[in-house]
Design a protein around this ligand. Structure first.
Ligand SMILES: C[S@@+](CC[C@H](N)C(=O)[O-])C[C@H]1O[C@@H](n2cnc3c(N)ncnc32)[C@H](O)[C@@H]1O
Length: 344
């Protein structure tokens, strides 16, 4: 037997051991967000005691939370035991223009509880969310308005950044006078931005009734309410007809192939022959190459959805009656990609 067998597998050990702590790091970020610590940090280094007093927290525990977060640069620790803001901590402030605070809070609360059921989910194929909460994701949200609002806030706050990364806002060749139907458009962040940029464009915001009730004030504040119709309903039952461009951004990955095909079919049925569908989604790679996307797919599994590769997208769109997709922008690094499809 070679001596190598007896030597501790140090290289593998030191790779795997930090992975075991990944859930703790994610939870530390979520707790930092939940407690609103970022809003109390600035350029001046402060002790854990000073920060804890301002936030009514335990100084010892807060100091250890901040030190753990300093390891990954979420906060700065310029001298031992004193902490200050970093560009990363700023993203977890409430008033950051693309705040990740709501997303961290939602992920660390509701979704984290589903993660605890992942083993059972992998054994049975049942989404971890249903195992943990007893209902499918969107049905549960409909029964829990506070969590639903937090989820939608996480979507709205991150929308602009995601849409810009995919090119949906800036790079896409908008004509400028289209009627754009945003299917599953949340609280209207995309339409507000598009209609502000294109003064002759019109919009139709379509989402669940409870969600779109909150959209009117945002569209009003953006000065585009007179060009945007708000329609509440389920995209499994109907999609507003007559648009020139239909958008589904961060929608289809929420659903398994059967539901995804149904949503796309409904959309196809509502579209005039000249209309196009734009899909902004995370595309999964054919291999394990892009780690962020593959981990994201595992989160989608928790709520019963999946990320799809370009080939899987082509099959799905074909089943729903669309033509072949064109990938306009492909963002391997975890950003949304942009896919355009026409009716055949
Ligand atoms: C992940 S969010 C994305 C929202 C938005 N497109 C964005 O990118 O910020 C998915 C959206 O689908 C909506 N949705 C879920 N089920 C729906 C249904 N049956 N009918 C219409 N919209 C639905 C949700 O309310 C939510 O706004």
């Amino acid at each position: 037997m070679s001596t190598d067998v007896h030597r501790p597998a140090q290289r593998e050990y030191t790779r795997v051991f930090p992975l075991l702590l990944g859930a703790v790091t994610a939870q530390a970020v979520a707790v930092f967000a939940e407690l609103g610590v970022a809003d109390h940090l600035d350029d001046e280094a402060r002790s854990a005691e000073e920060l804890a007093a301002g936030l009514s927290l335990d100084a010892n525990a807060l100091g250890r939370l901040l030190r753990a977060l300093a390891t990954s640069g979420v906060v700065g620790e310029p001298e031992p035991g004193r902490f200050r803001a970093t560009p990363e901590s700023e993203t977890l402030r409430d008033d950051h223009p693309s705040s990740l605070r709501a997303m961290a809070r939602f992920g660390g609360g509701v979704l984290h509880r589903s993660l605890a059921r992942l083993a059972e989910g992998v054994r049975t194929g049942i989404p971890g969310f249903e195992l943990a909460h007893g209902q499918p994701f969107y049905e549960w949200l409909a029964d829990h308005p506070d969590e639903e609002e937090l989820f939608q806030r996480s979507m709205t706050d991150t929308a602009d950044m995601h849409y810009r990364m995919s090119g949906l806002l800036d790079a896409y060749a908008w004509r400028g006078d289209e009627t754009v139907v945003d299917v599953g458009g949340g609280e209207g962040a995309l339409l507000a931005a598009l209609l502000q940029t294109h003064p002759r464009m019109r919009g139709v915001l379509f989402d669940l009734p409870a969600v779109v009730t909150r959209a009117a004030s945002a569209l009003e504040a953006a000065g585009v309410a007179d060009r945007c119709e708000i329609v509440g309903g389920s995209f499994f039952e109907r999609v507003p007809a007559g648009g020139d461009v239909y958008v589904q951004a961060r929608v289809v990955f929420n659903w398994d192939d059967t539901d995804a095909t149904n949503v796309l079919r409904r959309c196809r049925g509502a579209m005039p022959t000249h209309a196009r569908l734009l899909v902004a989604e995370w595309l999964s790679p054919e291999s394990a190459a892009v780690q962020a996307t593959n981990v994201n797919d595992l989160s989608a599994l928790l709520i019963g959805g999946r990320l799809r590769s370009p080939a899987q997208w082509a099959a799905l769109l074909d089943a729903a009656g669309f033509g072949a997709p064109t990938v306009l922008a492909s963002n391997g690094g975890g950003g949304l990609s942009l896919v355009e499809v026409t009716a055949p």
